[in-house]
Ligand binder design. Structure first.
Ligand SMILES: *Cc1c(COP(=O)(O)O)cnc(C)c1O
Ligand code: SF4
Length: 460
């Protein structure tokens, strides 16, 4: 072995302190000297409407500052001018230039936000479970086997993704409420619902919590010894945004011990890791974090949407799935970008998403083909585009449910008229001149039965 070169510090495995960058301090980032004043102003304009947060790991180790403004991780975390529609951009830019009052800027921003399909008041009501007549805020139960749980301390992230559909939560305009006696209510609900096998902790990012806070949720769940509960999943971007969480933070050992405890209790622990680009799998500290997590018995499953400007080509996906499998992670979902926020900037036509999936899938071995997609998490369920074909002389999309509000919908192929511009399920019409998709009648009935229901999308 070569002696370490004393002049070159090992940059990735030292123990850095987390430092976040927000609108009020991003200009202090040394690399900002590479941006024009216009680019920095654009960050301020767009960041006044959509959430912005980066951190020292993202800035120092993920972004390639020689590749600005096209670097995928730069686009993933730093607001770009075109993420706002021109009229919205111009309105905020004018106010900032005039030095307008903060409250005036906030009012304008809120008006614009309301036009970005933020799922406002009441619209996320319809998956809220009920126990003894009480609505369980901070939980959702849409698909039979899995309950989503939103721990109140886990509702922010180590950095924000510019494409995130949870953006209203991060700009403080979500009416989403979190439960007070959180974990006890979850356990009581699980006792009443023997069909539930999985609990999915989600956020924000639950891995923003200290080991101690996370333990205050996981330990009671283990101790409850529920006969139906088999798996605990944690949705997280921490491997991409703050891998030190699993390597060198002050409570890392406690966290890994907690993971061991879950696995040791006989429950399957799965981290549902969000990776949007293969670059995120390169730093040595990320690889070390993956090794340490897997060493506790936890599995890591991976998911991401297809995003224009970030990962909209097959080679990128093939590289990402290969790298994940090499590291012992299991590719799980490829999603379609949601119809909210800066969707106009990130979305690709459904047909293109399918082509990307198909071409990437063809390039990888069966061990990578655990992934499913492209999938839309829409109101009726998770809908996968299987492909473009032709029947009865008509060009059509073939789709199927991977998950459905009614489990009976799952795995039934159905058909939509081909549409080269469609980017979301709502854009599609049934093929062969039919009036409705097979599930629509039942959907409407489900929603008539539930007061206050809407047709908004869901949280996962
Ligand atoms: C995706 C999702 C789940 C989990 O579904 P799996 O297919 O089991 O991964 C659970 N609840 C909601 C609301 C979801 O969107
Ligand atoms: S919730 Fe996930 S996708 Fe959204 S900003 Fe946080 S890390 Fe990114």
């Amino acid at each position: 072995m070569q002696a370490p070169n004393a002049n070159v510090p090992a940059p990735t495995l030292q123990k850095p302190q987390y430092k976040s960058y927000l609108l009020n301090n991003f200009r202090d980032i040394p690399q900002m000297s590479r941006l024009s004043e216009q680019q920095k102003f654009d960050i301020e304009v767009v960041g006044s409407v959509l959430p912005f947060k980066a951190n020292n790991f993202v800035v120092e180790q993920l972004i390639d500052w020689d590749n600005i403004p096209n670097d995928p991780i730069f686009v993933l975390t730093f607001p770009q001018r075109d993420m706002l529609l021109p009229e919205h951009y111009d309105e905020i830019a004018a106010l900032l230039k005039q030095g307008a009052d903060k409250t005036i800027i906030r009012e304008a921003a809120n008006r614009i936000r309301m036009q970005l399909n933020p799922h406002p008041a009441g619209q996320i009501d319809h998956n809220v479970p009920v126990l003894n007549g009480e609505r369980l805020h901070g939980m959702q139960h849409k698909y039979r086997q899995t309950v989503l749980f939103f721990p109140s301390q886990g509702q922010t992230c180590h950095a924000y993704c510019t494409f995130c559909f949870r953006w209203p939560q991060f700009v403080g305009m979500s009416d989403f409420k979190f439960a007070s006696r959180e974990i006890d209510l979850l356990i009581a609900y699980l006792r009443e619902h023997p069909e539930v096998t999985d609990v999915l902790f989600t956020g924000g990012d639950p891995m923003i919590m200290s080991a101690k806070n996370l333990a205050s949720y996981l330990e009671p769940l283990i101790q409850a010894n529920l006969p139906n509960l088999r798996r605990i999943r944690i949705g997280t971007k921490a491997l991409g945004y703050w891998p030190y969480k699993f390597v060198s933070d002050d409570d890392t050992e406690d966290l890994l011990d907690l993971f061991r405890k879950v696995s040791g209790s006989g429950l399957h622990l799965a981290l549902m890791a969000h990776f949007n680009h293969p670059r995120e799998l390169e730093p040595e500290v990320v690889r070390e974090a993956i090794r340490r997590i897997r060493e506790t018995g936890a599995e890591i499953r991976t998911q991401s949407p297809v995003l224009r400007h970030i990962n909209d080509d097959p080679a990128t996906w093939a590289r990402m799935w290969n790298a994940q499998v090499d590291l012992g992670c299991i590719p799980y979902y490829m999603f379609v970008a949601r119809d909210t926020g800066a969707q106009h900037y990130f979305s690709v036509p459904l047909e293109r998403a399918w082509q990307i999936f198909r071409e990437a899938y063809q390039q990888v071995s069966g061990l990578c083909r655990t992934v499913r997609g492209p999938s839309m998490s829409a109101n009726p369920g998770k809908v996968q585009l299987l492909g473009v074909s032709e029947a009865k002389g008509e060009k059509i999309f073939t789709l199927r449910f991977l998950q459905g509000r009614d489990p009976d919908w799952v795995q039934r192929p159905f058909f939509a008229a081909y549409d080269d511009k469609a980017t979301w399920l709502d854009d599609l019409k049934p093929a062969f001149g039919e009036e409705k998709f097979f599930f629509e009648e039942e959907m409407e009935q489900l929603f008539r039965e539930k007061k206050g229901a809407s047709t908004a999308d869901d949280f996962e």
